[in-house]
Design a protein around this ligand. Structure first.
Ligand code: SF4
Length: 281
């Protein structure tokens, strides 16, 4: 990328991933996008946010990537689906930005979490950023829907200290209905991480009428427990904070009238996971 493009780029840091960002990379020629994806020398980021205490241990910097192949009905960041909605950023600029947080992250026992979108849509860029973070002594976490895990080599896996694995459903039909994609690649990737003895935090979004079926939750819990490397499970109650993005993007949002789950429904889901010997919150 030219210096001129670099200096004109929007700020990489945003207050929140809920900030709507569109078309920030639309001027990048298609051939450059292809090269970027192949080499990882350039990536597309919604933003960096700082101060997260829920995306891994300690206080985290989160790099939000753009591009996702799932179409979750409840997605609260649909602007991240499109790669070129993100800010085009060279890997050098991303590493430079990360290095600014290095000292603070050490003090707060935190680290870098790469989330999205689906980070592995940009697997080469993500791999380079994780490797650079490790080189700076920064703890690394990858928040992924898991379905593109095959793109990571065993060497890539070594650069990741923690996986935040989003398991949308255990039931293949529910998974397809909720995400538009198959569940099996997700489960395969989870088993692969388990075979490497890498820690996983499972994330499960509880959506009334969609993922809250007792058998479905029990399937996720039983699978998670069978892996042997799941450190904790976070039940994420469905919310409506992303609704405005669907409207702005003129997308068909079918969960318009779905209310967040009650606290007793969340507690009941937690209990199902705990019954399988897992720590659930
Ligand atoms: S995987 Fe995440 S970013 Fe992709 S559609 Fe689902 S919720 Fe949205």
């Amino acid at each position: 990328m030219s210096t001129a493009q670099h200096s004109k780029s929007p700020p990489l840091e945003s207050k929140s991933p809920f900030e709507l960002r569109v078309n920030l990379g639309r001027d990048v020629p298609e051939s450059d996008v292809r090269t970027a994806l192949a080499t990882g020398d350039m990536g597309f980021l919604h933003s960096f946010t700082t101060g997260s205490t829920v995306d891994g241990p300690g206080v985290r910097v989160v790099a939000w990537t753009t591009g996702c192949q799932f179409r979750c009905l409840y997605c609260h960041n649909p602007d991240t689906w499109t790669l070129t909605n993100g800010v085009p950023v060279t890997i050098d600029r991303a590493i430079e930005q990360l290095s600014k947080y290095r000292r603070g992250l050490k003090v707060m026992s935190g680290g870098l979490t790469i989330s999205g979108g689906e980070p592995l849509m940009q697997d080469r860029f993500v791999s380079k950023l994780l490797k650079a973070a490790h080189g700076m002594g920064i703890h690394t976490a990858l928040d992924t829907n898991g379905s593109l895990g095959d793109r990571l080599s065993d060497e890539d896996l070594k650069q990741i200290d923690l996986f935040l694995l989003d398991v949308k459903s255990y039931d293949p039909d529910i998974h397809r209905r909720v995400t538009g994609s198959e569940v099996e690649p997700v489960l395969q990737f989870a088993r692969r991480i388990a075979s490497k003895r890498k820690p996983i935090w499972v994330r499960f979004v509880l959506v009334p009428g969609y993922t809250d079926d007792y058998t479905n939750i029990d399937g996720v819990a039983s699978f998670a427990a069978s892996l042997g490397n799941v450190v904790r499970v976070d039940i994420l109650p469905f919310h409506q904070m992303g609704r405005f993005k669907w409207k702005e993007l003129k997308l068909n949002y079918i969960l318009n009238n779905v209310a967040p789950p009650s606290s007793s429904a969340v507690e009941s889901a937690c209990s199902q996971f705990r019954a399988h010997g897992l720590k659930a919150f």
